[in-house]
Design a binder for this molecule. Sequence first.
Ligand SMILES: Cc1ncc(C[n+]2csc(CCOP(=O)(O)OP(=O)(O)O)c2C)c(N)n1
Ligand SMILES: [Mg+2]
Length: 524
Amino acid sequence: MSANPSTTVRDAVLDLLRSFGMTTIFGNPGSTELPLYRAFPNDFRYVLALQECAAVGIADGYAQATRNAAFVNLHAAAGVGHAMGAIFTAFRNRTPLVVTAGQQARAILPTEPFLYAMQPTELPKPYVKWAVEPARAQDVPAAIARAYYVAMQPPCGPTFVSIPVDDWDQPAEPLPARQVSTALRPAPDLLAALGDALDRAARPAFVVGAGVDRDGAFDLAVELAERHGAAVWASPYAARAGFPESHRLFAGFLPPNQQGIVQRLDGHDVVVALGAPLFTFHTEGSGPFLPAGTRLFQLIDDPDVAAWLPTGTSIVASPRLGIADLLARPAPPRRTPPPPRPAPPRVAPGARISVAYLMQTLRDVRPANSIFVEEAPTSRPVMQVHVPIDRARGFYTGSSGALGHGIAAAVGVALGSPGEKVIGLIGDGSSMYAIQSLWTAGQLALPITFVIIRNSRYQALEDFGKHFGLAQTPGTKLPALDFVALAKGHGIEGCRVERPDALEGVLRGAFASEKPILVEVVVD
Ligand SMILES: Cc1ncc(C[n+]2csc(CCOP(=O)(O)OP(=O)(O)O)c2C)c(N)n1
Ligand SMILES: [Mg+2]
């Protein structure tokens, strides 16, 4: 450090954020963060969320859509606490986030001041890849830089920096951004073994996970599947669509249980999991992980998943580079592709709106550039039948199972996808975990259609109650919620549809709107 540092911690950090393309700050401020915003520069924007779960969920959607880490600033321990469910989801989503939080002034820490974050770096663990409270103010810029590089290193994820309030005005040296390589190429010998197995397979199958779309490999996956005439399954609970779902090779969605996966993959001699953990279970299972005689290969950017995979050969690499390397091999002889899936039957309107009729109508009227952000637990399987996702970056949901992601992520995806139409497909129960996101959507005037599926209950839990043999499930009814009033109360337009014959017109109107609008669909 020179005797006369030429800048402040704040200016050094703002310059770094500029170099990283992180000039949007998502957050909810408090006293311990305010000095960051002294003379807030014009080339930055602050996206205010009214609760921290919403702030992190919006940032998560934005980071995924823009394929760059998003910067989040939270208020000390309380803000991190509120955000925790969303940080958990970002970790599972492999979303790069640099999460910062204020800390009290260093000089008064010994007397446990108001707002003091006691063990700030422990609080978000284990759902951050790295957490630090720098030992000195002048170390803050380097901590932010490291947090960014770690967040962006596959598998991507959130990192955390706790920053004492008095640090921002302290002197610091400017810190130039560096180039840090991230994408890994597969080891050539293992890739050759995978390529040989694929070439010789009689009936190959691919299992595509969120890692494919995350890595920008959607089109490459199509090319590889067509070359091999492989059946393509979506990995259980995949949070992104990695393959066009109306493609003739698309075989369907693997269920999140062991026996179900074995049953669906039966008859395939070689299975290749692309950017997919494959074995994502929601309910208990037993027996083998794969059909007898099936060989499994996995191409994944996550060494931890590669390590816990119970069977098969795992190749730790970027799915995009791995698929590109497979495509660089000579094409194998043509293989007869599996028969295509039958199209779903048309759904009749009925006296009231069924979820299936809602989905069919969405499919019929959605704009070509639409992106679905979904968090509607019991409606998702129905969506999978009736609303095929056929484009890259066309579907987002949470990987963690923690509710409160979808309604917020819809806002961030829309902010990061100008010119595209985001449709938030959200259960009535799910919407309430981060309902404040509606307000941010309104303030940013984003053209989102929030479709709230109103069944007045936590249907998923009633279904699970039956799975566990419960005679009744307490705490699952949701009467008296008024989503039109909630929309208006958050500053956006809202309307309610109850009759099948009104549905199409209302959705068309909403999709044509340049502003956010909430459509409460009362379903049977
Ligand atoms: C943070 C959090 N709390 C509770 C749950 C448990 N949970 C799983 S599904 C569900 C119901 C969701 O209700 P809704 O969005 O209305 O969808 P539906 O089940 O009616 O399709 C609940 C409460 C959860 N997953 N995450
Ligand atoms: Mg519900």
